[in-house]
Design a protein. Structure first.
Length: 154
C-alpha cells in the first residue's frame, strides 16, 4: 500500500524572524523564538534562502543594527544552528532567478534596499514557495502571489 499524503508546502522565514529570535529585548522575540522552536521538528516545513542567511549574518554582526552584535565566529555558529534545524530547508537559488527578479522589478519598480525583498520573492517563486513569515508585512503585501504571515505565540 502506498501513501497518498500530500507534502506540506514550505513557508519562508524572513531574516527579521531569525534575528528577532536571538534578542530577548525585542518585542517580537517571543513569537520569533516560538517559530524557531517549531523548526526543530522535521514536519515544520520552513525554509530559508541563502540570501536570508547572509542577511542574518550581516545584521547580527553589525553594531548599528543590533543591541549586542555577535563576533564573526559566533554569527557563523548561529547560521550553522539554523542550517541544522530539522524543520528548515535551505532553498536552492533557481537558475532563472535573475529573469524572475527582472520581471518583478518591471511590475514593482523598487529602489535601494527594497530590491533584496524582490530577490527573495524571485527565489521563493522559483521554488514554488508561496508563504512567508515576517514582521515586515508591508514589504511583501504588494505580491498577490504570496501569503504574508506574521509570527505569533499561540
Amino acid at each position: 500500500m502506498t501513501s497518498t499524503s500530500a507534502v506540506k508546502p514550505l513557508t519562508m522565514l524572513d531574516t527579521n524572524v531569525l534575528v528577532d529570535a536571538l534578542y530577548e529585548d525585542l518585542p517580537e522575540y517571543p513569537a520569533a523564538s516560538y517559530l524557531l522552536t517549531l523548526a526543530d521538528n522535521t514536519d515544520a516545513a520552513f525554509c530559508v534562502a541563502p540570501q536570508v542567511l547572509a542577511e542574518f549574518y550581516a545584521i547580527i554582526t553589525d553594531p548599528r543594527r543590533v543591541s549586542a552584535p555577535y563576533t564573526a565566529a559566533e554569527a557563523r555558529q548561529e547560521v550553522e544552528k539554523i542550517r541544522h534545524k530539522r524543520g528548515i530547508r535551505i532553498l536552492p537559488v533557481p537558475v532563472d532567478v535573475v529573469d524572475r527578479w527582472l520581471e518583478l522589478l518591471q511590475a514593482h519598480p523598487v529602489t535601494r534596499a527594497r530590491v533584496f525583498d524582490l530577490q527573495l520573492v524571485a527565489t521563493m517563486l522559483g521554488n514554488e514557495v508561496r508563504s512567508i513569515y515576517t514582521f515586515n508585512v508591508r514589504d511583501f503585501k504588494p505580491f498577490s502571489e504570496l501569503e504574508v504571515l506574521t509570527p505569533t505565540v499561540p
